[in-house]
Design a protein around this ligand. Sequence first.
Ligand code: C5P
Length: 308
Amino acid sequence: MTVAPGTTLTVRAPAKVNLHLGVGAPREDGFHPLETVFHAIGLHDDITATVKGSWSLDLRAASYVEAGAVPLDDTNIVAHAARLLADHHGLSSLDAEVLIDKSIPVAGGMAGGSADGAAALVVLDRLFDLRTSDEAILDLAARLGSDVPFALYGGTALGTGRGEVITPQPDRTTWWWVLVPSADGLSTPAVYRRWDEMFPGASETPTSARRVLAAIEVGSPYFLGVALHNDLQAAACDLRPDLTALIERGEAEGAHRGIVSGSGPTCAFICDDADSARAVAAALQGAGHPVVLVANGPVAGAHVVSYL
Ligand code: C5P
């Protein structure tokens, strides 16, 4: 089917925090087996694609996002997604003018790149009416990165394998989060390498997520705070010792618990409700953290938001 030049579509994909991140000793392929609980929160990247005669990629970023850290060449995950999708359908290219509208911090441990990969698959599939099966989209997503399939699902979900095997979980609570991104990102491979050095005798079996899953079922932010767990936190804090003081400060200001999000350095604080989250955010801003965000979860995975 030929799509008229100028046709435009916008797809939105969420950031995530890991409510549990259990890591096992590295597999033969170098990836670490995970037992994780992904949780999509209301902080998004939007990708707008317009049918054009050739491919182009551009970026518009929130003031706190380090735009210079996002490559706009063939190495960008969005360009990679376009190539994978075109190959899957036996097409030479998918020619579109693509704009990434970025609010998720870069290299922040919140899967911002993965959100872009997931949004790109959905926006290009819908724009060019490719009708890719869900199974094929999930397979392409897993090839793009371990966190990309979850960005398609959203909600709250168990992640196993290297994180790409997703089992959605019931979650009837609205959880309120304060997020503190850092001006300097952390490289995910570097955090995993540091974890390997710190825990050379680690078991191949990652720690179980059952406590977090039980707390989600109860629906209490206090219990979720007690249960939150991130095996990568020690490695992230070793590379970035300032994170330990930030977590202590957020907890002292009234959050139930603070935790490093994924491989960091963004820290996520679980709060009682919206008012409590706003109060903790204001206190952390007052304590010298220029960028503090409030978001709730769970929210939807990658979805179309505009057909204009
Ligand atoms: O899958 P993704 O491309 O997002 O992974 C980025 C890097 O993070 C990998 O190259 C690997 O170094 C590390 N990683 C890992 N184990 C995982 C997921 C990611 O070691 N389960």
